[in-house]
Every structure is written in C-alpha cells, then in structure tokens.
Design a protein around this ligand. Structure first.
Ligand SMILES: Cc1ncc(COP(=O)(O)O)c(C=O)c1O
Length: 482
C-alpha cells in the first residue's frame, strides 16, 4: 500500500502578530550588523560570504553566509566574558528558565556536562551517576578523575530500555559513601522516562551532596504546564538543556543553568566553560539560542508546544487500537512528545528501515525493541496522521516476512564491574585486540553508540561475556596492558 507524502501547505498563513514583549538581543545585534555592513579586514576569511563555494552559498543562502561571523567584532557582544547582547541574552534565558545564571553552550550539552564535571568533581572524588548517563558524563570523569559510583536505573526489560533512577537507591549509596560530593542523574531519558527529582533532591540535601540533572531532552518543560516539572524547580542545582534537540535552536547549541541559591562557584564554572569553548564562537549559533528561547516565549511558540502534545496524544490514541502495536507509557509524570513504539515481530532496526525505505520517514532512533519518534514543536497535524498511516500500513501488511534476528544488540542493561576510574584507565598504556579476546580485560575506551550515547563500556570497566552481543560492530577494542 502506498501513502502520499504529506503535502506542504501552499496557502500562507497570516504571520502571527509579533510578540513585542519578547526580546531577542543577539538577533537584534545580528540584524544591525546586516543592515550596517562594515568593510571587513578580519576573520572569517570568507569575508561576508564572498569567498564561499558557490554551490554551498546557493544551497544555504547568501544571507546565511553573510551573517556567519564570530563574537569579537562589530560590537556584537562577546561570549567570554559575556558582554553586550550575549550577556543580555543569557540573562533573559536565565529568567525564562528560572535560573540564577545561564550559560550558552556552543558544543552542545556535551560541553555543559564536561564543565559540570570539571567544576563540581575532582580526582578520586566519589560521584553517584546513573548508569544510563550520556557518554559526555563519562568523558567528564576522564577529565576530572572522579570515581563514578553507578546507580543502576530500573530496567524496562520488555522495552530493552533503562527506566527511572530511584531515590532509595541513591540514598543507599549515599549512606555507604557519605563523602560523595555530587549526584548526577539523567531525566528525562532519551525515551522520556522521568525520575522523581524532588525525592532525589531531598536525599541529596540530607547527605549534603549537590544534584546535577542532565535534562538535555527536557528543555520545553519550562514553557508548558502540561509537561513534567523542570528539575530546577524540584531542587536540582545545575541542569543542561539541549535547546537544539527539541527547543528549536540550531544543532550544537545548548544551555547550562545554575539554580538560584545553588552552592556552586559560578566564577569557576565560567572559567571552565571558557577553557572548553572555542575562542571564535559562531554568532549565528548564539543567535539561534536567543531566538529559540524568545520563540518559546511567544504565543506561536506556546502554540507549537500545545500542537506537539496534541499530535503526540493523537498518535498514542490512534495506534493503541492495534494489538500488534505497543507504545511506552508511564503512570506518573512523563513527556508525551517522546513516543517509543514497538510492533510485534519486528525489531526496532527493521521497523526503522521499513519506515525509511518504504515511506521516507525518519525516526529519531532505532533501538533493539522499537523506534523512538519525537512529536516536535515544528510538526503539523498532517505529519502525525502520516506517521499513523505508515504504522497502520505496516501492521496490516505481511511484515513478519521481513523479520530477522538482529546480529548486534544496542542497549546493554548491564551492571558494570569497575577495575579503576575512567581517568586512570584512559591514561594507562593500551592495546587494540580482537573483541573475541577481550573477556576479562579492562576497557580503555568509551564504547557508546549515538544515539543514545549510553555506554556499553566505560574506561576502567571489566569486559565480560554479557557485553559481546553489543560489540558485534567492533572488530577490536582498546584494552589496558596488564
Ligand atoms: C541525555 C543526554 N545528555 C547529553 C547529550 C549530549 O547533548 P549534545 O548533543 O547537545 O551535546 C545527549 C545527546 O544525545 C543526551 O542524550
């Protein structure tokens, strides 16, 4: 059965009235730069797009190449230290997210996590970390030398996914390790599992540990009361948001927020961010963060969130009628816009391929058991309808003929055995050996496919037989020389 791709609306909608209350200072500064061009004798060398490969320029537009500049010229305001429009935009973002201080990040939440690690942890310090953390947190441990104490999240076995991290498990670890300085959890997970941050925060306060929440996938929550409560409102001290993931900014741009009253040395955090950042941040990326925050504060942006939610509810409702379709749902707070769906008899990867090849539909990610799609602020109802039609078409076809057991598994729900800290392992002498010979050896590298970037192996972890199904894609692994 073929289905028509959703048609682009031809009739232009009347532009929504500009929301004059919502300011976007970096966007304003960029507009002034565009309207008052100077004769440029500085970087970037393409000089307002004059020396750019024509095909590329035509593709992305001459205005986009004209506007590509960095923060040190034309009074645009600098990122480090934050001055002018950048400072103002960070302050507006802090207000919007209810933070004491917000920093713009030019290398994603990855960079925010690295800066948190460098600021709040140090060599051999114990840090309680959810085992389902993103690989950037493991890299942070390599940079700081801290010792991760893994808290194992609930396992959603039927879904092949990690679930929530429990406050009780964190409390147990804190009781046994009262010298722990930081607890670091990921909520929501990639697939939308939300942990009880309020309870976790209370436990952290009881034991005097700071709480960092990787909320990379939850930046919309501040802008809708139909979404889960943001971690900073529940007691998190520091939070990262990948605005580029769901908030509408350009790829790579994120934010780091420090909560009001948090016991965090903001100057040190800023110094670490400066150390990690490029000295030539893209002003377009900065503007896109400013614009995304502003957009989410406009009536149109809020409407976009409502549409994302209503589309998500529509998909969940419509597909729930099929016995062969299962969608991950939660009893408590959850982010409905993340839809993890599986079809009986199909692996996630086969379903992904069928959607891509037969229906030109790209999912967010394919996992062992199912696929994840995001109902975005940029979607229209017709996109949700199209998705449902595709799934219905697959369910009604002889799809089971396509069924094949996946060779390589993706999401290990394994409890790690650590032989040394990630940093110690990283700096040890290592050799690459065939995967078949690596059982009992200590991994020197992070093995974590993106998405979702959750580690199969972290540096310092003992490699066991149970890891092998997840390492089929690898010929060799870097292990420590004994
Ligand atoms: C939970 C989580 N944290 C952090 C990151 C890193 O974010 P970014 O891609 O913005 O660097 C990701 C990326 O997928 C993620 O899933």
């Amino acid at each position: 059965m073929t289905i028509a791709l959703p048609k682009k609306k031809i009739k232009q909608k009347r532009a929504a009235k500009p929301d004059l209350k919502v300011k976007a200072p970096i966007v304003d500064a960029l507009r002034k730069y565009y309207q008052n061009p100077s004769v440029q004798f500085h970087i970037p060398g393409h000089t307002k797009g004059n020396a750019v490969f024509e095909d590329f320029k035509n593709l992305i537009g001459s205005r986009a190449v004209f506007l590509d500049t960095t923060d040190e010229f034309n009074n645009l305001g600098t990122l480090h230290p934050a001055t002018g429009a950048v400072k103002e935009a960070q302050e507006l973002a802090a207000q919007a997210f209810g933070a004491e201080k917000t920093f713009f990040l030019m290398n994603g939440s990855t960079m925010g996590n690295l800066a948190i690690a460098l600021t709040l942890t140090h060599e051999k310090q114990k840090v309680i970390i959810g085992r389902n953390c993103h690989r950037s947190i493991v890299t942070g441990m390599v940079l700081s030398g801290a010792e991760p104490l893994w808290v194992i999240p609930e396992k959603l076995q039927d879904w092949g996914l990690w679930g929530e991290v429990k406050a009780d498990d964190i409390e147990k670890l804190l009781e046994e390790n009262p010298d722990t300085g930081l607890v670091w959890v990921t909520s929501p997970t990639y697939e939308g599992v939300v942990s009880d941050i309020e309870a976790i925060s209370k436990v952290c306060q009881k034991y005097g540990a700071l709480l960092a929440v990787d909320e990379a996938h939850g930046c919309l929550w501040n802008f809708s009361d139909q979404m889960p409560t943001p971690a900073m409102q529940l007691g998190a001290d520091v939070v990262v948001h990948s605005l580029h993931k769901t908030g509408g900014s350009f790829s790579q741009s994120s934010m780091l927020h420090v909560a009001q009253g948090a016991n965090i040395d903001i100057a040190e955090l800023e110094a670490n961010l400066k150390m990690l950042h490029s000295t030539s941040p893209s002003y377009t990326l900065l503007a896109s963060l400013d614009a995304a925050r502003a957009y989410l504060q406009t009536a149109k942006g809020r409407r976009g969130i409502r549409t994302a939610l209503s589309n998500a509810k529509y998909i969940r409702r419509r597909l729930s009628k099929f016995d062969d379709v299962d969608i991950l749902t939660f009893a408590g707070e959850s982010d409905l816009t993340k839809i993890f769906l599986k079809i009986k008899g199909l692996s996630g990867r086969t379903l992904d391929q069928m959607l891509s090849v037969e229906y030109h539909l790209e999912v967010e990610s394919a996992a062992d058991e199912g696929v994840l799609i995001l109902s975005n602020i940029g979607h229209a109802k017709r996109d949700a309808i199209y998705f449902c039609e595709c799934i219905e078409s697959i369910v009604k076809s002889d799809f089971k003929d396509f069924y094949s057991l996946e060779e390589c598994k993706m999401m290990p729900l394994c409890v790690p055995k650590m032989a040394m800290t990630p940093r110690d392992a990283h700096f040890k002498k290592a050799e690459r050996i065939p995967v078949k010979d690596c059982i009992g050896r200590i991994s020197e590298e992070i093995i974590a496919e993106c998405p979702p970037g959750i580690s199969v192996l972290v540096p310092g972890e003992i490699i066991e037989e149970k890891h092998l199904p997840y390492l089929k894609k690898y010929e060799t692994i870097s292990v420590i020389i004994d």
